[in-house]
Design a protein around this ligand. Structure first.
Ligand SMILES: [Zn+2]
Length: 122
């Protein structure tokens, strides 16, 4: 099990984004800062409909600080879709899904292969 940490403030930002975009999805790239997932970049043009189709064509320059991705599931089902599993390996190692109603009980983290992991909130 990898030792991965995320800042409390960033997690709260992800919940707020989920709420503000509901019932649409948001997609963000997560960045490491000093070994902790602490920053995000919103993917331009990917705040769109309920479909994950836009993820297939999503492109953003990734650098060594890229931790992975975060996106929302307005349906509340917090597990990767088939589209997510195609998308994850292109976007880093660690991937967070926040489901409606977007709180501490409705998010999970996954490896690029879809295996669920626990991320420590710091
Ligand atoms: Zn998804």
């Amino acid at each position: 099990m990898p030792d991965v940490k995320i800042r409390r403030e960033l997690l709260d930002t992800l919940f707020a984004l989920g709420k503000s975009q509901h019932p649409n999805e948001f997609l963000a790239i997560l960045k490491f800062k000093n070994g902790v997932i602490e920053e995000l970049e919103l993917a331009p043009g990917t705040i769109s409909g309920r479909s994950s189709a836009s993820f297939d064509t999503f492109m953003m320059p990734l650098d060594t600080n890229t931790a992975g991705s975060a996106h929302s599931h307005p349906s509340g089902a917090v597990r990767p879709s088939e589209a997510d599993l195609r998308f994850f390996p292109k976007t880093g190692k660690y991937h967070i899904i926040v489901g409606a109603p977007y709180n501490d009980d409705t998010w999970k983290a996954f490896m690029a292969n879809g295996e669920q992991i626990s991320i420590e909130v710091v």
